[in-house]
Each structure stands twice: as C-alpha cells, then as structure tokens.
Design a protein. Structure first.
Length: 765
C-alpha cells in the first residue's frame, strides 16, 4: 500500500518515507506544454508555481484571467483546504499572510532576477533564462526566472518574500513579526533572515484571494509606502488606482524605461500597458500602448503585440502612435508568414506618418515585398522614397533586379549593404541577395551576438535563421543545424509558430544535399508562401542529385515564372538549372537564366558566382577553358559544395576526353568534399567516376567527430573550446550553468576527451 500525505505528514512508525522533489524547469515546461500559454504568462506560471505540479496545472488553467502584480487565480475547490487552515488563524496573522502574498507577486513583476533555466537533459523546453543587459541586470523576458526550491518550502524564489517590506507595511495595521508565528506553527510559512517562504504556492493564492477586495487594495497601498525601490512602489500603486491618474501613470512609465534599460522587455511592456490604462489623455494613452506593443514584440509575445497594436489603432489616427502600431502589426504579419500583408500595412500607414518615420516604413516595406515576391510594392516604395526626398539605394536596387537590370541592381544593393550605421539585419539580407557570403556571415554573427547580449528574444530567431542560411552554403552544416535548433526552441517558447516552417526550409537544403528524400519532402511540405520559391530550389537540388534532371528543370523553370522569380535564391540555383537542362538535352531552356547569371555575377564580382557562370558556360559550350577558369575561381571560395560540383563536372569531362590522369585529382578532391558534407548521391557519383578513371575509390570516410554531437552540444563545445566558462556559455545560449555542464559531460566521450583542457586542444573546424 502507498499512503499519500501533505508535507506535514502523519505518524506512521516503521513506514519508509519518500518526499518527491519539486519539478525542475524542463519537466515543468513539459507539463505546461499542453496549455498554449503566451510567453510572459508561461514564465509567470513557472515562477509562481515553484515547481509544484498541482500549482502548475491550476495556475495554467486559470492564468489568463489573472491580474498582474497579484497572485494568479485558482479554482475555489482547490483552495478550500488551504483557506480552511488560514481561517482559523488570528486576524492579524491572516493580514500578515495577505501582505506576504501581495509582496511576492509584485516582486516577481517588478524585479526580474531569477536564475536562468533552459533546455536541460530531457531536451524539453523550460523557462528560458536571461542574458545580461547593459546594466548587468538579468531579464530576457522580463519575468522572474524559476529558481525553485526542491525542499518542502518554495514559492516565488528561493529567497521568498521581502520580510522588511512586509513588516513595515504591517505596522499600518498594528501587526508585526510575532503575528507570523501562528502561521509558522501551522507549517504554512517559513520565516528566515532572507525572507518569508510559503510551504505551497497555492497557500499564497488562498491567503490573497480569500480576502475582500478592499482589504487587498489596502495591503498594496501599505506595501507601496513600504517599498524601497520605485519599480515595486509603482506596481503596487497601479493595483490601487482605479481611475486614470497621471502621476501614477508617470511612475509606471519611469519603471518601464528602467526595465527597458535592463532588457526586461516583457516587464517593460506590462508596465507601459498599465501606464496606458491610467493615462487620462487619449493621444498619450495611444503612445504608451504603442510602446507596450513594441516591447511585447521584442519579448517575442506576438499575440500580445498584435492585440496592443490593434488597441492603439482604435484609439487614434493622429500623432506618432499609429505609425508605431503599424510597424508592430507588420512585424506580426511577417512572423505569421505573410510578408505581403506586412508590406501593404507599412505602405498604407506611411502615407500619414512624418517624413522620417515614413521613410523607414517604406524601406522596410520594400524588403518585405521583395521576399514576398511582390514587385509592384517594391517599385511603389522606391518611388515614394524618392518623392519624399529620401532615396534608398536598396529599394531602388531591388526594383532594378526585378525589372531585369542586374548590373544596376547589384551595384546599388552592394553599396547599401556596405553602409555603416544601418540596420544590421537589412545588411545581412542584402548581402545574401547579392551573394556576398563573407559579409553576410559576419553581420549575421554580429546580430546574433547582439541579440544574446541584450536579451532581444523576439529578434533572435530571425537572426539565427539568417545565420543558418549562410552557414549551410558555407558547408557548416552541423553549425547550421545548431542555429536552427536554437531558433526553433525560442520560436516555440515564445509562440512564433510560423517560424518553424521557415526554419525547416533551411534544413531542407542540407537534406537535399545529403539525398535524404523523405526528410527533404517533410521539411518543405509546410513551407509558407514566402518560402515556396526557396523550397522549390531545395527540391530541385534533391531531384538533380537523385538522377531526376527533368523534374529538377521543370520545377526551376516554373519557379522562375512565378511571383518570386526575381528571388536571389533562384539566381544561386542557376547552376542546377543549367546542369539539368544539359542532361535532358534542352540547352535552350538554360540560355536566358545563364545570361542573367553572367550579368549578375559580373556586377557583384563574387568568386563563387563567377565560377558558377563559367561552369555553366562550360556545360553549354563544351569548352575546357571555361571549366579551368571555374576551378581557378573556386579556389578559396566560401561554397565548398559548389566547388566540389565544379570539380566533379570537370573531372567527368576530362574522363570522357580520356585524360584520366588529369581527371583523378579533381574527382578525388570532389569526393573528399562530398563525403565531408555527407552528400551521399554526389559522393557515389564521384566515386564511380573515379573508379572508371582508374583511381582508388577509398571507402567512405569515418564520420566527423562533430557529427556525433547534438546541435546544442555542438554550440556548447565550440564556446568551451574557445575558453568560455560555463557561466559565460550559459549567458550566451540562455542556458543554466548546470545544463552547460551536462552537455559537456555528454560530449566529452563522443569527442574522445575528458576535460576542457583536452577540448581546447582539439581542432573544431
């Protein structure tokens, strides 16, 4: 028989006792997964539950109705037992419990300083930790992390509630430290020098919700007077201010700005939202709602950002607020997978915005329209920027590329990408369009580092996706998978559900190179309209590698005729199109795409692009000079897969010309690269050619050491090999130091090392 009892237990001499620990971050996050909570609310439930499974479930079920700064609500049936224990206590003891509960909830909202927790050994997602902002304060999401006690007592953190504030506030009601003793004897709380901790998270809820509203408001008023920091004071005041009040609203705005400075974006969004509700002037209220929407977006809470932006739009059509709301609405549409609607929102709103604001909106609209395959909006944005006296070389360059003027388009985009002081992510995307891999990779890495440094969780998935795209073409497949895995985890935790389809398209190229048809089809099956062209290029590469050139050609020709026919990814796939056309005996289908590639590559001057153009010319003209030139241009370029394909095609040509000795070196080099990239169908083709050429086709190389690591193990190992401490790695990757150590523990035997010192000596290419 098994007997279950509350922590105070019952007398049972001779029976063994088992006291289950509270849930860790990973298991708590797994339990919450079914509730679909918004990011900030999810963090709050994790923090307030203290790892208690019942509290997690009850808070999650009732949380959407909970007010900020007060304990989350729970069904009365669950609280009945705790309320009964509290009801028999002296009145002043009940009052002190109310003050303790109210103090703890406000502390969670105003002071985000929990310890970071993250994806741990189970691989499930828990509460994300925080990076350190400019002030050194922590706060990725702005809500306290989930420091959890594994003993009998827990609550809002290991330190518990602020004992000083509770005692100072209690004086107003004639209550003090002695009045806490009955609750201690009843094992409802524990009082130490560090603070007051509730035995069970739901006791705090029962102590708070069991009191009348007037008594709760009095408690918050007393705690506001006792607060020793302005943020806590502002939050308590907001809970007792019913009518609009400019003074309280101003205090909340000041608290929001302090939260913004410590990169606590979710807390800042909440405080601005509270301030807006208490702001008497309608236009000023709209401005504050728009700020709340912007900060919610930065925190990754897309649904809340959309709701606040709509509230802003309903309030006013004048002043700066509508433009800010339009930018948020557009960003939300982009995250939901509709770049076309995002561009249209910005173009429309720019018509009533101040000139400088309108110019920024039109530049962003041009970028969105480019990726959405909407050339008309790109043209409109470029024209309107010029009419405003704010000509934009990037918008005009994209318009030129769409119209077929590749020389002018690449020239303008290259100039724009190299401008200092502009948005780094725009420079990344422009570098990607013109094929400047080195610049795009450097800028993307800088953007990822900046997002980590300042806790910009809403922007991090986009930066990681851009980084992963470039890592794939650079042959850094395992690094790309690690970047995608992190971006996907953040997107899942913050509700960016559509981001998963975009990230899958990045991984689809790796699957296509590896010849993994099942995985490639699965990864491209749910691609968004914006990512359809990219998905088509992945599938055509898969077809080509698996010996289906006609399917590859048909797919690429159809993509070029569609709305995204101008996309840069299609320019990069010209080599696939030309090879497929030659193999099916339809060289005429490749002539116009090759003409565009030659013009585009000549304007950009990127060696890999010039080499691809030469390779295509060699296939169409059967002229060795073009093959030789292609191989020469590829030396030292950033796209090893394309280099190996050039070597393979040239080696095949030489073998057909009976120059087997010349062919063997090229084919051997191609085979080595294909094996390193795990490009199975291409490696088999190179191996077969090498055998025919009289070379020694060695057995496939052993798997790379790094291939044995999971994506997160790879990230941790790379940083550790650079000399970073576990705490430094934890801050960069939003992990706990304990999780970092776990990943290192799992990685060491896979790499054949036993310490950091040995790891640093490894060459992790």
């Amino acid at each position: 028989m098994v007997f279950a009892a509350r922590p105070e237990g019952f007398d049972a001499p001779g029976l063994a006792e088992l006291r289950p620990e509270r849930l860790g971050a990973d298991d708590a996050g797994l339990l919450l997964g079914a509730y679909g909570l918004a990011p900030a609310l999810r963090e709050r439930v994790l923090a307030e539950s203290g790892g208690n499974p019942l509290a997690l479930r009850e808070f999650a079920a009732a949380a959407p109705e909970g007010g900020r700064g007060e304990p989350l609500p729970v069904a009365d049936r669950v609280l009945a037992a705790f309320r009964a224990q509290i009801a028999v206590l002296p009145e002043r003891t009940q009052l002190m419990l109310l003050l303790t509960a109210a103090a703890g909830s406000a502390h969670v909202e105003a002071n985000p300083s929990g310890s970071p927790t993250s994806h741990g050994p189970s691989g499930s997602s828990g509460s994300r930790g925080s990076s350190r902002g400019p002030s050194g304060s922590s706060g990725l999401s702005g809500i306290a992390g989930s420091s959890r006690s594994s003993g009998s007592f827990g609550g809002f953190g290991q330190e518990g509630r602020d004992l000083r504030a509770v005692l100072v506030a209690g004086r107003e009601f004639g209550a003090g430290l002695d009045d806490l003793q009955p609750a201690e004897r009843a094992a409802l709380i524990r009082v130490t020098g560090a603070g007051i901790a509730f035995r069970h998270p739901l006791i705090a809820t029962a102590a708070y919700r069991g009191m009348p509203m007037a008594r709760r408001m009095a408690a918050h008023r007393a705690l506001a007077g006792a607060a020793d920091d302005p943020d806590t004071r502002a939050l308590h005041l907001s809970l007792v201010t019913i009518a609009p009040d400019q003074e309280t609203a101003a205090e909340l705005v000041a608290a929001a700005e302090r939260a913004r400075l410590r990169t606590a974006c979710a807390a800042a969004a909440h405080l601005y939202r509270q301030a807006a509700h208490l702001t008497p002037d309608q236009d000023e209220r709209a401005v504050r709602l728009a700020e709340a929407a912007t900060l919610a977006l930065s925190a990754g809470d897309v649904d809340l950002a959309a709701d606040l932006a709509e509230q802003t739009r309903a309030l006013t059509s004048a002043g700066p607020a509508p433009a800010t709301a339009a930018r948020v609405r557009a960003a939300v549409e982009l995250e939901r997978g509709d770049a076309g609607d995002a561009a249209a929102i910005l173009v429309e709103a720019a018509g009533t915005a101040p000139v400088d604001v309108a110019a920024g909106m039109l530049r962003t609209a041009a970028d969105y329209a480019w990726f959405a395959g909407m050339p008309d909006i790109v043209e409109v944005a470029a024209d309107r920027l010029e009419s405003l006296g704010r000509p934009d070389p990037a918008a005009r360059g994209m318009a030129a590329l769409i119209s077929g003027d590749h020389s002018e388009g690449v020239r303008l985009l290259t100039t724009a990408a190299r401008e200092e002081g502009g948005p780094r992510m725009r420079a990344v995307h422009l570098g990607w369009i013109v094929g400047d891999d080195a610049a795009a990779l450097a800028r993307a890495a800088e953007e990822v580092a900046m997002c980590r440094r300042y806790g910009l969780v809403g922007a991090l998935p986009d930066a990681l996706q851009a980084l992963a795209q470039i890592q794939v073409v650079a042959g850094l497949h395992r690094d790309a998978e690690a970047s995608v895995a992190e971006a996907a985890a953040i997107a899942r935790d913050t509700g960016l559900r559509r981001r998963a389809g975009q990230l899958d398209t990045v991984l689809a190229r790796i699957a296509a190179i590896e010849g993994d048809e099942e995985r490639c089809l699965e990864l491209t099956r749910h691609s968004t309209a914006t990512g359809r062209v990219a998905a088509d290029t992945m599938l055509s590469l898969l077809d080509l590698g698996l010996g289906r050139p006609q399917e590859a050609l048909d797919r690429l020709l159809a993509a070029r005729q569609g709305p995204g026919g101008h996309a840069g990814v299609l320019m990069g796939a010209t080599g696939d199109l030309v090879e497929a056309a030659v193999r099916v005996g339809a060289p005429e289908a490749a002539r116009e795409p090759l003409r565009a590639l030659r013009e585009w590559s000549a304007a950009g001057g990127q060696p890999w692009a010039l080499s691809m153009a030469e390779r295509c010319l060699a296939l169409l003209t059967d002229d060795e000079a073009h093959f030789a030139r292609a191989v020469q241009l590829h030396e030292g370029t950033s796209r090893p897969f394309e280099r190996a394909r050039t070597e393979l095609l040239y080696g095949e040509w030489l073998r057909r010309e009976r120059r087997r000795a010349d062919a063997r070196g090229l084919l051997g080099s191609a085979l080595e690269t294909f094996e390193r990239l795990r490009a199975r169908p291409w490696a088999e083709r190179a191996r077969a050619e090498l055998r025919i050429a009289g070379g020694s086709a060695a057995t496939p190389a052993a798997a790379d050491l790094l291939d044995r690591l999971t994506p997160q193990e790879l990230q941790v190992v790379r940083l550790a090999a650079d000399g970073a401490s576990s705490r430094e790695i934890a801050a960069k990757l939003f992990l706990s130091p304990r999780t970092v150590e776990y990943h290192l523990y799992k990685a060491y035997p896979k790499l054949g090392v036993s310490s950091r010192r040995e790891l640093i000596r490894l060459t992790l290419a």
